[in-house]
Design a protein around this ligand. Sequence first.
Ligand code: THU
Length: 136
Amino acid sequence: MVDKAVWNALIDAARAARLQAHAPYSRFLVGAAVLDEHGRLHAGCNVENAAYPQGVCAEAGALSAMVLAGGRRLQAVVVLGDAGSALVTPCGGCRQKLREFAAPDTPILIADPLHSRALFTMDELLPHSFGPDHLT
Ligand code: THU
């Protein structure tokens, strides 16, 4: 159970990360923050590339930071961006990347810079998913 103060810290981290995004091509800035099993926060932003397919999503950056710091389980995820009335939910590839470290009930909060917008579980965003358990 993630308490409100921790959610707020995750949102703040994602908001700050978003402002560091390198998105000169889409101009669509995204920040992500994750809470690992040790209670540590890790953030990431999208990093685009002149060779467009080489760009990296914010969620991937946050997961890389988590793994580098020794985290292996996601307790909570925030994805924060501004798409007007649309929700900035993780892309399909990022849903699979998050799934690697998530439980079916891991909460994923979607926010814009000013508001929390929607709360999903991992399983809601990627039902019937393939994961590490399939390989054991
Ligand atoms: N983007 C993310 O960083 N995360 C998502 O979940 C959706 C999309 C980025 C990728 C690209 O740099 C920009 O947003 C526009 O697609």
